[in-house]
Ligand binder design. Structure first.
Ligand SMILES: Nc1ncnc2c1ncn2[C@@H]1O[C@H](COP(=O)(O)OP(=O)(O)O)[C@@H](O)[C@H]1O
Ligand SMILES: [Mg+2]
Length: 252
């Protein structure tokens, strides 16, 4: 379980996350949505200890992330950042093996092989295993980074805009991977998404942020309504139902 308690983060005079309190129980897929600059990436960074909160705290399975040794935390929670600094001459296999670092401490054993192979297979990267990252398309590279995160084999997985660069088929496959991680492996998946229809189709819960605060939190049926979408995005959107699901139409 991830327990976010009154977390505030400032950059200079600007408060970008403002007293966010949120509980993410174990299991399920939660989408975080909201306009650019809402504070989504900053909140994920604080949750995963990449950044320190100015106030409040985050507990992962009862452990305060700011006070937990990095290697202990890295076996509980993994994160795909929005901007992955690209290590130039690294192969896909090397990158995915990096995900095992908290377990292997740099000495890969036979026990690390299985999660690495599973992650490579999950993301359909078998054919690219020995390619260097700078020899891949943006979408293939994005899948390699997600494979690295899956290989870390943590209970909680945070993904910041994992659908970036993916074509529709791979975007759907990525969401199905998240569903399987939650449904079959019992993982807690938290994913920042921009496509509200992907969020509604694949996620159990949608948390919407705006100007550093959580402005809506509920099921897809509760969030994908013209009223809630107006409150989140300041936009008029039509919602239709297809196969019992709310679908947002935003190209008028
Ligand atoms: N390192 C930084 N220094 C100063 N301001 C930042 C920094 N990173 C992000 N910000 C600002 O914080 C706000 C929230 O950013 P971010 O968390 O990346 O939002 P989101 O992921 O929702 O688009 C934005 O206004 C952004 O410009
Ligand atoms: Mg972001």
């Amino acid at each position: 379980m991830i327990d976010i308690q009154a977390v505030t983060k400032r950059y200079g005079p600007q408060t970008v996350v403002n007293g966010v309190t949120l509980t993410l129980p174990t299991g399920g897929v939660t989408a975080i949505v909201g306009p650019n600059g809402a504070g989504k990436s900053t909140l994920l960074s604080v949750m995963s200890r990449l950044m320190k909160a100015d106030a409040g705290r985050v507990l992962v399975d009862g452990m305060d992330v700011a006070a937990t040794p990095g290697d202990v935390l890295a076996r509980r929670i993994s994160v795909l950042r929005q901007d992955n600094a690209l290590a130039a001459r690294l192969t896909v296999a090397d990158l995915v093996a990096f995900g095992r670092y908290p377990h292997s401490k740099g000495r890969l054993t036979a026990a690390d092989r299985e999660p690495i192979e599973r992650a490579v297979g999950f993301l359909g990267l078998e054919a690219y295993r020995d390619r260097f990252l700078d020899e891949l398309s943006g979408g293939q590279r994005q899948r390699a980074f997600v494979a690295m995160v899956l290989a870390q084999d943590t209970d909680a997985i945070l993904l910041d805009e994992p659908l970036n660069n993916l074509d529709m088929r791979h975007a759907v496959a990525m969401m199905q991977i998240m569903r399987r991680a939650a449904d079959d492996l019992g993982k807690t998946v938290v994913v920042v998404l921009h496509d509200i229809n992907f969020a509604a189709s694949y996620c159990d819960r949608i948390v919407a942020m705006r100007e550093g605060a959580v402005v809506r939190d509920g099921t897809p049926d509760e969030i994908v309504t013209p009223e809630a979408l107006r409150a989140i995005y300041d936009m008029e959107m039509q919602v239709v139902r297809i196969d019992e699901r709310p679908v947002c139409v935003f190209w008028r």
